[in-house]
Design a protein around this ligand. Structure first.
Ligand code: C5P
Length: 232
C-alpha cells in the first residue's frame, strides 16, 4: 500500500481551492475535501478536482441508520473518489451496510476508513456526555477492531496511535493520520503533533496535512518537504 501525503483543502470556495492548487505545476497532490467545501460547492467540486487529476479523500464522516448510509455510499461511489469515511460509532451493522453501498457493480470501491473517537472528544467529555466509561485508548482500539470486522480498510487516528492500531488490526489495516507539524513550525490548535518523519517511523500509511502546507509562504516547497520526510 503506497504511503502518501494528503493535503487538507480546508477552503470555503472552489475558487480558493483552485487558486491554491494552481501553484502545483509539477505534481498532482492527493487532496482531502471536507464538509465545508462539499456543502458549499456540491459534488461538482469532486468532479472538477478528479478532472484535474487529483486523488481525493472525501471526508464527510457519515453516521446514520444502516439503510441511509448504504444509499448515501452508493451515491458517493459514483463520484469516483479514492477514499471516504464514516463514524465507527454508527455500529458494525452500519459499517457493513456502508461497504455494501460503496461497492460498485464491478466489485471495485473507494477505500473506506472509520473515525473512532474524534480528537475533540477527551476522556471527560466521553464519560459525561456519551456515558462511555472505558479508557479512551481502549475505546479507540475497540472501534478500530469493529471497523476491521465490518470489512473497512482502516481508521483515521493520531500518528501516536498508528502503531497500536497496526498491532490490534494488522499491518495491512490503514492508518490515516492528521496532527502533523514540521519540527520548526507552530502547532496551531492541534494538541498532540508529530513530524512527517516521525509519522513514517511510527508506521502511518497516509498523513493528512493542512495549515503547514496551505498557510506556508511557499506551499509547494512545504508539500515537497512533507513528501521528502514521509514518503521518499
Ligand atoms: O491544518 P491541519 O494540518 O491541522 O489540518 C488537519 C486536517 O485533518 C483538518 O482538515 C482537520 O479537520 C482534520 N482532522 C484532524 N483531526 C482529526 C480528524 C480530522 O485534524 N481527528
Amino acid at each position: 500500500m503506497g504511503k502518501d501525503v494528503i493535503i487538507a483543502c480546508d477552503f470555503a470556495t472552489a475558487a480558493d481551492t483552485y487558486g491554491f492548487l494552481d501553484q502545483f505545476t509539477e505534481e498532482k497532490p492527493y487532496v482531502k475535501i471536507g464538509m465545508e467545501l462539499f456543502y458549499a460547492e456540491g459534488p461538482d467540486i469532486v468532479r472538477q478536482l478528479k478532472k484535474r487529476g487529483h486523488k481525493i479523500f472525501l471526508d464527510l464522516k457519515l453516521h446514520d441508520i444502516p439503510n441511509t448510509v448504504k444509499k448515501a455510499m452508493t451515491s458517493l461511489s459514483k463520484l469516483d473518489v479514492d477514499m471516504t469515511n464514516l463514524h465507527a460509532a454508527g455500529t458494525v451493522a452500519m459499517m457493513e451496510a456502508a461497504v455494501e453501498g460503496l461497492t460498485r457493480p464491478d466489485g471495485s470501491r473507494p477505500l473506506l476508513i472509520a473515525v473512532t473517537q474524534l480528537t475533540s472528544t477527551d476522556q471527560q467529555r466521553m464519560e459525561d456526555d456519551l456515558l462511555i466509561h472505558e479508557p479512551l485508548e481502549k475505546v479507540v482500539m475497540h472501534y478500530a477492531g469493529n471497523a476491521k470486522k465490518a470489512g473497512l480498510d482502516g481508521v483515521v487516528c493520531s500518528p501516536l496511535e498508528a502503531a497500536s492500531v497496526h498491532q490490534t488490526c494488522g499491518d495491512g489495516f490503514l492508518t490515516v493520520t492528521p496532527g502533523v507539524r514540521f519540527a520548526d513550525s507552530k502547532a496551531d490548535d492541534q494538541a498532540r503533533v508529530t513530524t512527517p518523519a516521525k509519522a513514517k517511523e511510527i508506521g502511518s500509511d497516509y498523513i493528512v496535512v493542512g495549515r503547514p502546507i496551505t498557510q506556508a509562504e511557499d506551499p509547494v516547497a512545504a508539500y515537497r518537504r512533507c513528501v521528502a520526510e514521509f514518503v521518499d
